[in-house]
Design a protein around this ligand. Structure first.
Ligand SMILES: Nc1ncnc2c1ncn2[C@@H]1O[C@H](COP(=O)(O)OP(=O)(O)O)[C@@H](O)[C@H]1O
Ligand SMILES: N[C@@H](CCC(=O)OP(=O)(O)O)C(=O)O
Length: 363
């Protein structure tokens, strides 16, 4: 019985699409496109997050001497993205399928209206049987505006579209208990939402053309699984890997999902950059909020202080007495009213449970 996924985000790392000499691996792309078509034939909705623009650019243009790192990336990605997408378009056209280019920046996830506009566009594309191929807009995303890497972007898209699963294709079989090149390292087959410490195995080493490395993959995967989305990290260089993951006979690391979270919570999970102010809570409120399985709203009686200004509907960061971040929430009223009600009993929640996202490692 294949895994019961209906909507799937597939992230393809730079290294999967690049040969050792740095040139794009067209055979691999063709194979992966073939697999995506197979999934479409099974009736799945597939959204692809593809890296590889910078790598494709390297094969097309020689950088002028002394070009700095930021400009190099902009130049290579701007040139390479055209090649990357036209290759996908040509390969998919052979199967009578259309793809769409979606280039995004972190800014596009900040504002709820932007977020919903983007979501609507994805839904329209999927309805029309078009395969969205997403990448970061490397031309305008520089320095602090950048996603950590495309694993973060793929996680955001999976949460945004309420995907059933995210498959991260990289150049190793999954997460190992040590350097994957060492024979004594073993593959971790399954990670539960409550598991901790599995990231201590991960070294800073990353693939030749990758950006974030395995550590971001791991953190993002865990966060996404906590939102109720299944995550697989698998080897994109293995023949037939996508259908094999679905058929449950692929070697991979599976992040088992926890019970589902609402769309608002999924959005909040990635809304750190939109935080307007900080709300500090006392030990009692911290304990109540972090009790597993309890739907607790944040009441003014548990609030110690407020730093910054916010209006009703703004996102606030919730911290404990020591300033440790606990999560994010949408304020039910503005900072002025909240200040008046500070520490008072029998007041309306400052953050309702439905609009509260607590950090996965809190409980
Ligand atoms: N414990 C580990 N298990 C698996 N891979 C690891 C581990 N520690 C470090 N890595 C490295 O992470 C790399 C994959 O991450 P990355 O370079 O970001 O790939 P991608 O281009 O697919 O995003 C692997 O090639 C591997 O060298
Ligand atoms: N946007 C960049 C990809 C950056 C990135 O995150 O790469 P990777 O770690 O291989 O997924 C590109 O298309 O080259």
């Amino acid at each position: 019985m294949p895994l019961p996924y209906r909507r799937l985000v597939v992230k393809i790392g730079s290294n999967v699409l690049t040969q050792d000499n740095g040139l794009p691996d067209l055979d691999r792309m063709e194979q992966l496109v073939g697999q995506i078509v197979q999934l479409k034939t099974l009736g799945l909705e597939v959204i692809v997050v593809s890296s590889g623009a910078v790598a494709a650019g390297r094969s097309l243009i020689t950088l002028p001497a002394q070009t700095d790192a930021v400009r190099s990336r902009q130049l290579l990605a701007a040139v390479g993205q055209v090649k990357l997408l036209s290759t996908y378009a040509e390969l998919l056209a052979k199967h009578n399928l259309l793809c769409a280019q979606v280039l995004v920046t972190k800014e596009d996830f900040r504002d709820r209206q932007h977020y919903l506009n983007m979501k609507n566009c994805f839904q329209e594309l999927l309805q029309q049987q078009v395969i969205p191929i997403v990448n970061e807009n490397d031309v305008i995303s520089v320095t602090e505006l950048m996603f950590t890497d495309n694993d973060e972007l793929a996680s955001l898209i999976a949460a945004q579209l309420d995907a059933d699963a995210l498959i991260i294709l990289t150049n190793v079989d999954g997460i190992f208990t040590g350097d994957p090149r060492l024979p004594e390292s073993e593959l971790i087959r399954e990670i539960a939402p409550s598991d901790k410490g599995f990231d201590t195995f991960i070294t800073a080493q990353r693939s030749q053309f990758g950006r974030g490395g395995m550590l971001t993959k791991c953190h993002m995967a865990h966060k996404v699984a906590k939102l109720g989305i299944s995550v697989h990290i698998a080897n994109g260089k293995t023949a037939g890997i996508l259908p094999a993951v679905l058929a449950e006979n692929a070697v991979n690391t599976w992040f088992r999902p926890s019970k589902t979270a609402s769309g608002k919570k999924k959005w909040l999970a990635h809304a750190q950059s939109a935080v307007k102010a900080t709300v500090q809570v006392n030990a009692g409120a911290r304990e109540a909020l972090s009790t597993p399985g309890k739907a607790v709203s944040l009441l003014p009686v548990g609030v110690l202080g407020i730093k910054g200004e916010f209006q009703k509907g703004d996102i606030v960061q919730i911290t404990d007495e020591a300033g440790q971040p606990l999560g994010l929430g949408i304020a039910e009223y503005g900072a002025e009213k909240a200040q008046e009600r500070l520490g008072q009993q029998h007041q309306r929640p400052l953050v309702h449970y439905d609009y509260l996202f607590l950090n996965p490692d809190l409980a």
